[in-house]
Write a new protein. Structure first.
Length: 109
């Protein structure tokens, strides 16, 4: 439990420092990635991290991001890649792609 508390404290310090320097999509995706990596709860970590990601976007008046069921394999692949390589870029790129796909969807309507 002490490790989780330490990681959560570091997470909030990181968020306060990093959030001001990046475009809103990046800290939103990084908050998702970092919180899901900490796994502070027995259940619901993924739902909570996606909720926080969308809350940050909503606060900045951006549309929310949905991870479609048909993309779950790609979503889990970039999450796993971060766990192994500690490389945030593939996850950020994935979230950006999902975000931009929303606008492509709107253009088709």
């Amino acid at each position: 439990m002490d490790d989780i508390n330490k990681e959560l404290k570091n997470f909030f310090v990181w968020h306060g420092l990093k959030n001001m320097k990046l475009h809103s999509i990046e800290p939103a995706s990084l908050i998702h990635l970092k919180l899901i990596s900490i796994q502070p709860f027995a259940d619901g970590n993924g739902r909570l991290s996606r909720l926080l990601m969308n809350w940050i976007l909503w606060k900045k008046s951006y549309p929310l991001i949905d991870i479609p069921v048909e993309d779950l394999e790609d979503y889990y692949d970039v999450l796993d890649r971060y766990q192994i390589e500690k490389d945030e870029k593939p996850f950020i790129d994935y979230i950006k792609k999902e975000y931009l796909s929303w606008f492509k969807f709107l253009d088709k309507k």
